[in-house]
Unconditional design. Structure first.
Length: 247
């Protein structure tokens, strides 16, 4: 038999709060009811998400999650990011709701993915197809440590442990890491600090990333990372940090 379709049914504290959030990401509300139970359906092309409201529900206690395999992970992330910037003037990188950035997942065969943590505390995990998996062995050094930190911080939501792991790796490898590799690690460390709402640490790692010399090839290779640095700089800098342009 073919043609089956699975639709996630996820909890939330308010169906209208959920609907507003997903509308920001380009979804359309196709159904809503209040009685006998709060229920809302949000759709974006072939992606359908259903939510039910629960009185007294605590998003931080949610175990709701689903996996979405998409044909173009970067295109979808960019669309979601544009919606967040239009609504909030920035990406939501800390607290609930928030969104992580596309990164390779060591615990998913190296396939690129990102997560949306919605107002219900549900983790909607977007991943590229298996053909996105990199060839060759897992890298070592700072990049290998970064991949381990991503597992902790993005897949498991443990930003404190991820920060400790990456701090150790930076102390060990910063002097020998390549420039683009170092910028990527410092950018992720700044994002982890943002999730912890540690503004001084965000400023520290932004400034360290800005001091890394990049040639034109490095700037092109790090374009997405430089965009991430710009997103972080605006809300967390006590004074403007001159984050270099990506192009």
């Amino acid at each position: 038999m073919s043609g089956e379709r699975t639709v996630p049914l996820l909890p939330c504290r308010s169906v209208d709060e959920i609907a507003g959030f997903y509308t920001m990401l380009g979804f359309t509300r196709t159904y809503r009811q209040e009685r006998p139970n709060p229920y809302v359906v949000m759709e974006r092309d072939d992606l359908h998400l259903h939510f039910f409201g629960m009185p007294g529900f605590r998003p931080e206690d949610s175990y709701g999650s689903c996996l979405v395999v998409v044909p173009d992970i970067v295109e979808l992330f960019d669309a979601f990011a544009a919606g967040m910037r239009a609504a909030h003037g920035k990406l939501l990188v800390s607290g609930i709701p928030r969104m992580t950035r596309p990164r390779r997942r060591k615990n998913a065969e190296g396939v690129t993915g990102f997560a949306v943590i919605d107002p219900g505390g549900n983790w909607i995990r977007f991943t590229a197809g298996a053909d996105d998996a990199p060839a060759g062995p897992e890298p070592g050094g700072l990049t290998g440590a970064l991949h381990n930190a991503v597992v902790m911080g993005d897949s498991r939501g443990d930003h404190e442990r991820a920060a400790r792991l990456l701090d150790h790796a930076l102390r060990r490898h910063e002097a020998t890491a390549g420039p683009a590799e170092l910028v990527e690690a410092l950018a992720y460390r700044a994002e982890l600090a943002a999730r912890a709402e540690d503004a001084p640490a965000v400023r520290e790692f932004l400034a360290r990333a800005e001091r890394v010399p990049l040639d034109e090839a490095g700037r092109r290779a790090s374009a997405g990372t430089l965009t991430a640095l710009r997103d972080l700089a605006a809300p967390f800098s006590a004074r403007p940090v001159p984050v270099r342009p990506a192009d």
